[in-house]
Design a protein around this ligand. Sequence first.
Ligand SMILES: C[S@@+](CC[C@H](N)C(=O)[O-])C[C@H]1O[C@@H](n2cnc3c(N)ncnc32)[C@H](O)[C@@H]1O
Length: 211
Amino acid sequence: MKKIKLNKKHKRENSTRWIQRHLNDEYVRKSKVDGYRSRSSYKLLEIDQKFKILYKCKNILDLGCAPGGWLQVVKALTSQHSVIVGVDKLEIENIKGVKFIKKDIFDENIVNILSSNFNDKVDLVLSDMSPNSSGNKSVDHLRIVSLVERVIEISKEILRPRGFLISKIFQGGAQGELIQLMKIHLNNIRYIKPKASRKESSETYLVAEKI
Ligand SMILES: C[S@@+](CC[C@H](N)C(=O)[O-])C[C@H]1O[C@@H](n2cnc3c(N)ncnc32)[C@H](O)[C@@H]1O
């Protein structure tokens, strides 16, 4: 009984802290002014400012795209003839010129479903996904690793040779088999922690090319 009360209190405190931090966040305020659906847009903008990838890409896939902040950036920074596909478990509001697919990336048919939306191989795969936290560190770690592994597996199938992958990963998450998998399929691996990524978050971004 006591334990449930404590959990509820902590949840309430956490959610109040989250709301306060959200309201005070400069990127949240900026996104309202600039018309972006999420503060995450600024992460992709900074990554692209540094690596200059988007302008080279015509076929782009965004894994875990809701609510669509990265899709808005992709739409704005690529040619009007680009084929842009976003996938998420959650619904998003329509973005003109973007195809949305409501699916879990662990769906066994996902590669076929995604491929059928492109005429050619994909130039760029994006992923800003993070798993839901279970509250258990080891479980969360496994979820993170399997999510990034899945992103690499999908990229391996769908990207053209020397196509780009920009993916959220977590510091301490790229270990053992995941590093092996990255080395087998990816080249020119670089990391960036954009300013809009909160300092206290262990997230960082991998920028790489398919071998
Ligand atoms: C941080 S949000 C992405 C924000 C997005 N880049 C933007 O700028 O609006 C992460 C998204 O990944 C999605 N996601 C997490 N796991 C997923 C999975 N297995 N399959 C599909 N989507 C997933 C979540 O539903 C969530 O919408």
